[in-house]
Design a protein around this ligand. Structure first.
Ligand SMILES: Nc1ncnc2c1ncn2[C@@H]1O[C@H](COP(=O)(O)OP(=O)(O)OP(=O)(O)O)[C@@H](O)[C@H]1O
Ligand code: SF4
Ligand SMILES: [Mg+2]
Length: 325
């Protein structure tokens, strides 16, 4: 099957007073039409920079796109081809951000901004679209849809703003929807509702989705496949069920164990230590300072190694030759 989106060797860095920040290093993955991919990792592991780079959304400079190839529907997307990229963004690759309220302009009413976005992507005029917009907002649990169109962004809650973003995705129907921590800034009830809406969106439209979250239970509900990131690199990837039932990388094992403890209301297990400074990475495996299994070979950076059917993990434990050292 040809991939809808293929990312190969993506490497993104930023300058900083303490040195170059290695935000994303040699990241490769693919997603097919109709598939959902979860990206999981602690704060600062490179999830957002990866997602923003799919349509080269970060300004360069200061962002330094060091390497990588992005192919979408067979077409290579290159940085700085702004006109083409604007066309891809929205209808090709749509994005929902953590705090959707911030993506609306505070000076304009929600309705005017929704109309503006739809005008850029759909051929029909606003007066024709308005009834469908209201119906879609209602289907996204916004009962007072007409009133919301008349409000300014600061007059709606974070949950409503997030539901408006999902309604826009339903109306525009991108080939690939990237949802970056879509439930993180919401209260518990809104989190449950927004997640249910995303599931519905996937079921009803069959669109491909990348769901970014540090919450494994969110990803578990929606993802077919999972990518685990640590310190800017992929450390494990494969089918969601296989990874959740038998994680192969010590970092994934720690994440899952801590999620399990939380779910069972036990004493909260936190991975010991903190993620490394991306401007001063340790030599060898980036997880080495926190890994309970580190051994001599870990002083070298491990490659992504086969870890089962359609699975790979970046750990020397998977290499019998390294274990004999
Ligand atoms: N504009 C920038 N300038 C300098 N460093 C940046 C910039 N944007 C991101 N970074 C750094 O790149 C690294 C990866 O950031 P990113 O936002 O992708 O992490 P994340 O995994 O999305 O984290 P979170 O879970 O907190 O959203 C971080 O160390 C961050 O500080
Ligand atoms: S390579 Fe070594 S340090 Fe890194 S995760 Fe595997 S065992 Fe731990
Ligand atoms: Mg992020």
């Amino acid at each position: 099957m040809t991939a809808l989106l293929e990312v190969s060797g993506l490497t993104v860095r930023f300058g900083s007073p303490s040195g170059e920040v290695h935000a994303v290093e040699d990241v490769s993955f693919a997603i097919s039409s109709g598939e959902s991919l979860g990206i999981v990792g602690e704060s600062g592991s490179g999830k957002t920079v990866t997602c923003m780079s799919l349509s080269w959304l970060l300004p360069s400079p200061p962002t330094r796109y060091v390497g990588g190839r992005i192919t979408f529907k067979g077409e290579e997307l290159r940085p700085h081809q702004e006109k083409r990229l604007r066309h891809i963004r929205g209808r090709g690759i749509g994005m929902i951000f953590q705090n959707s309220r911030l993506s609306f302009d505070p000076a304009y009413r929600m309705g005017a901004q929704i109309a503006e976005v739809l005008r850029a992507h759909l051929p029909q005029p606003w007066r024709e679209l308005r009834p469908e917009v209201i119906q879609t907002l209602q289907s996204c649990n916004i009962a007072d849809a007409e009133a919301v169109l008349d409000k300014y962004p600061h007059e709606v809650s974070g949950g409503v703003a997030q539901r408006v973003s999902i309604a826009l995705a339903l109306l525009i129907r991108p080939d690939l929807l990237v949802a970056d921590e879509p439930t993180t800034s919401l209260d518990l009830l809104s989190q449950i509702e927004v997640l249910a809406l995303l599931e519905k969106l996937r079921r009803e439209t069959g669109l491909a989705m990348i769901l970014v979250s540090h919450d494994l239970s969110v990803v578990r509900r929606i993802a077919d496949r999972v990518v685990i990131m640590y310190a800017g690199r992929i450390v494990e990837q494969g089918p969601a069920e296989a990874i959740f039932s038998d994680p192969r990388h010590p970092y994934t094992q720690g994440l899952l164990f801590s999620a399990l403890q939380k779910r069972e209301g036990g004493r909260l297990f936190e991975l010991p230590g903190t993620p490394p400074d991306l401007a001063a990475l340790p030599s060898g495996c980036s997880f080495r300072p926190r890994c309970p299994h580190a051994f001599a070979a870990c002083e070298e950076m491990p490659a992504l190694l086969p870890a089962g059917p359609a699975r790979e993990a970046r750990c020397h434990l998977l290499d019998p030759a390294a274990r004999r050292d």
